[in-house]
Design a protein. Structure first.
Length: 84
């Protein structure tokens, strides 16, 4: 594995896993009071675009990282919509 790919995998892992604590907290407490709905809408749309981009350029790091982050972020957005 090239060192540039290793850096990509580490970066993708860190940024993707950074959403896990927030997702767990929101899913367990259902508290979205401090979360901006517009920010999460924009963020989820951005993740979908990055996922599509990663698939189009056949880049596994970009695709997997954005798919997993989308899996963590989408439930937060859904809970935010349902709580308002």
């Amino acid at each position: 594995m090239e060192w540039t790919s290793l850096i990509g995998y580490i970066a993708a892992s860190l940024t993707t896993l950074s959403f896990l604590p927030q997702a767990i907290k929101v899913i367990t407490t259902r508290n979205t009071q401090g979360i901006s709905r517009l920010m999460y809408i924009m963020f989820v749309c951005g993740l979908m675009m990055w996922l599509i981009y990663g698939l189009l350029i056949d880049d596994a790091v970009v695709s997997v990282a954005n798919f997993l982050t989308l899996v963590f972020a989408l439930p937060i957005l859904v809970i935010k919509y349902r709580s308002e």
